[in-house]
Design a protein. Sequence first.
Length: 591
Amino acid sequence: MDALFDSTDSVRNSNPLKFAREFIYSSPVKLECGGSLSEVRVTYETYGELNERKDNAVLICHAISGDSHVAAHDETDCAGWWEIMVGSGKPIDTDKYFVICPNFLGGCRGTTGPDSINPDTGVRYCLDFPEITIGDIVEVECLLIDSLGITRLLSVIGGSLGGVVTLEWATRFPDRVLSVIPLATAAHMTSQALAFDIVARNAIQCDPNYLGGRYYEKGVVPASGLAIARMLGHITYLSRESMMKKFDSTKNQARKFDTAFETKFSVGSYLAYQGGKFVERFDANSYVVLTTAIDNFDLGSTPLELCRSLKRSMCRWLILSFTTDWLFPSFLSRELVNALLATDKRVSYCDIPSECGHDGFLLPDEFEIYGEMIRSFLSNVSYELLKGGAVQIDRPDRLDYEQILDLIPRGAKVLDLGCGKGGLLARLRKRGGCRVQGVEIREKYVLCCIDRGLDVVQADLNDGLRAFSDHQFDFVVLSKTLQTVRDVEFVVDEMLRVGVRGIVSFPNLGFREHRYRLMNEGRAPKLEFEAAGEWYNTSDVRFLTLADFEDFCNKKGINVHHCIAIDTKQQKQIDQNPNENADVVILVISK
């Protein structure tokens, strides 16, 4: 295939689904908008084996134009739409998990939809197919899961529309889901996203061959309208950066092929090709039905409404967004994360740096990051189910961590700001009895924490902690992070608002070796700890001493309850003249 035409649609086709299975529910299904279906058929595919305990099932939910064929079953099978993610040894490992991927209700790849035969009339539903909701899609999936004898899913995973379905699973059936992984999705559509769907539906319904949705009877297809709808979709799936990389250098090198659409520019050739290919495998009425369902979905348009909806969930969460996604921008994922944090749910989150736009979750470009996050998260959810949640801790033991552990009683709720690789949180979890949550800005460290089975959200402390309520935690820890903070007053105020008490540790620049290096060698102090670097590449933005911080607390009315001074080289606590003899200090503070 011409590289210009390459896209996430390239592996999709209308070939028969060789390994598809069918579930038939022959009793009436009542729908949320008032309609009903006298019978429902669900086409689905499975991978791997369901274990004896039936607790290794993973449900995958496809995007709007996807289907049950998530991956190839063997070397004779064609590739699936998420081939990089699902299979033996892959992040969703079919050697470990029993993977189920059904085609959605309202779809056109075997599951009951507008192009299905209505058993009550003997003809296709067409627009007599009733309006459905995301809740209806999940209810039908639940019937399928019941038929397989599965009481509780290890995880529900999906992106875009599939991500919306994962949200519905978590809130509609909270006791049946251990974890969810929504990617590139949101609790509600933005007006901009709605606008694209509205134009797409208008393009379909105004096509002369649409015939009020009864085009099947006349043997025609509203090809132009459906193709235009897909062209609009492809624009929203890409990003400005990916379009510039793909088309700018070949702007005037159009590809000529049999199409009624404009192909003067290379991007026009691409869109015309994608629109034409889509018509070959998708049904226009299904596109109308499914876009309407997602457009009507709304878990809450305000923080309070969203908190009320998500409070019902009982699962662990891994939420992933992509920095250049403008169909479901990252701030929509952060709305979900903030509501989950505010309601004390176990959540991890990362905004994946990507130039790929909305389609980032389907592409290999950042797969090393998001694929490994999914692998680690699933592995730890499974391990936690079996072993009770043990986590890895790093060695050797650190004296400053041991001192902080002694300051935090069992049963405390702890928030670690700038948690790094999760060393302190891992020790707290290992000791047991504490509810812990991390905040970290660097995605590589977010991955480290997820790999350890810890809950961590990616966020910049300098933006504040507005997701958390007053005194939500017993202790908020700022361990060896204070020197990297731009606005110390703001961050300390925030940590003391969110925590009953704060624990602050930092390298003490009053330490005698640092003084000597500066006075006798004329060189900047060289800090020897995990995040240290040279003066030109360190993340530190300020240098302070114990005396400086004590003076700060005195001026701001901050109570200092304990001060522990440490010489980390000699691995001992310092009692005499700590501002000169300690290289690390730990203080417990409150307001």
